[in-house]
Design a protein around this ligand. Sequence first.
Ligand SMILES: Cc1ncc(COP(=O)(O)O)c(C=O)c1O
Length: 379
Amino acid sequence: MGLFNVYPLFDITPVRAQDVYLYDANDTEYLDLYGGHAVISIGHSQPLYVERLTQQLQKIAFYSNSIQNPLQEEMASKLAKLSGCYDYDLFLCNSGAEANENALKVASFVTGKHKVIAFKNSFHGRTSAAVAATDNQKIIAPINAQQEVIFCELGDIKAVEQALIAGGVCAIIIETIQGVGGLDEATTQFFHQLYSLSRKHNCLVIADEVQSGFGRTGDFFAFQKHEWTPDLIPIAKGMGNGFPVGGVLIHHDIKASYGMLGTTFGGNHLACAAVTAVLDVIEHNDLMKVASDISAYFIRQLRDIPQLRQIKGRGLMLGIEFDFPIADLRKELITKHHIFTGNSKNPNLIRILPSLTLQRHHVDTFIIALKQALKNSNK
Ligand SMILES: Cc1ncc(COP(=O)(O)O)c(C=O)c1O
């Protein structure tokens, strides 16, 4: 049996990883500034994380959500403490798409409506409603296209209001900082306007923190900088540091009922051990502060590069924008300098999403490589 061929692959085969580095079978070292799509938060094979998962595996790895699992409550209370989100309950699932799918479903159950407002350049995942709310026609199959989604320009509050007045909207879904779309972020005023319109028109607001959450921006959640209260907060990626896990923080105003949501694997013992270890490491190593500090250093170093057009994003969720396409630059960074970076829908933008444990010397290595790659490509 072959593999269903949906991914264009780099010719690199990592066999082990440590902190911000990947290694192939020849022990060639790769600096990982991408964290496998923003997933690695506390570093590859972080010792406490490995120890906790190993111990958990030896005790019990999985049972379904039909028994008591105190590890879920322990994790939820740590999450509340670290994020400050005390007014929410947690539903656990397995990925970012599922987190958004469940958030949209809750909004539809609660309001009795079915339309969704999403934004241009959004990415919310590949399941039914999540992909319908994703601004990419190429990945929306006819079976998904039957969902009614209105795409507004980010920041266009008039368009949002018009869609709400037309009626039937159960949810507005927004990434606090767009990931795949290219690191654009709405203003604080826009988030506040969205929220107040949502109260007027009886719909819920979903802050998709799948990529920007879990300390990546220097705040636990990126929306917190804008001081508002989303109804639903989908999370995943950095949450498990590579263990597949997702969740939705659901505001206390929304009442649960048996059977409203459900999953076989979500919240299993191993997933809980992984997330609790991630939270402990973020707390004990002060990784949100580390991410803010190293981000400030990173941005200072980048400003030295004359070809740079703009730096987007916050913390360790950064976009480096040029006036020209970056595909060749990225290729040279990985093949010649052994540095992983990311791309986005914006062809001129390099995405940086490393572990929150990144240090100054890693940034220096990248800046030297970037300058050399720019010189070699006559940019
Ligand atoms: C903001 C955002 N939401 C949702 C998703 C989907 O997450 P997953 O690939 O875990 O389903 C992604 C993935 O890139 C994302 O960036």
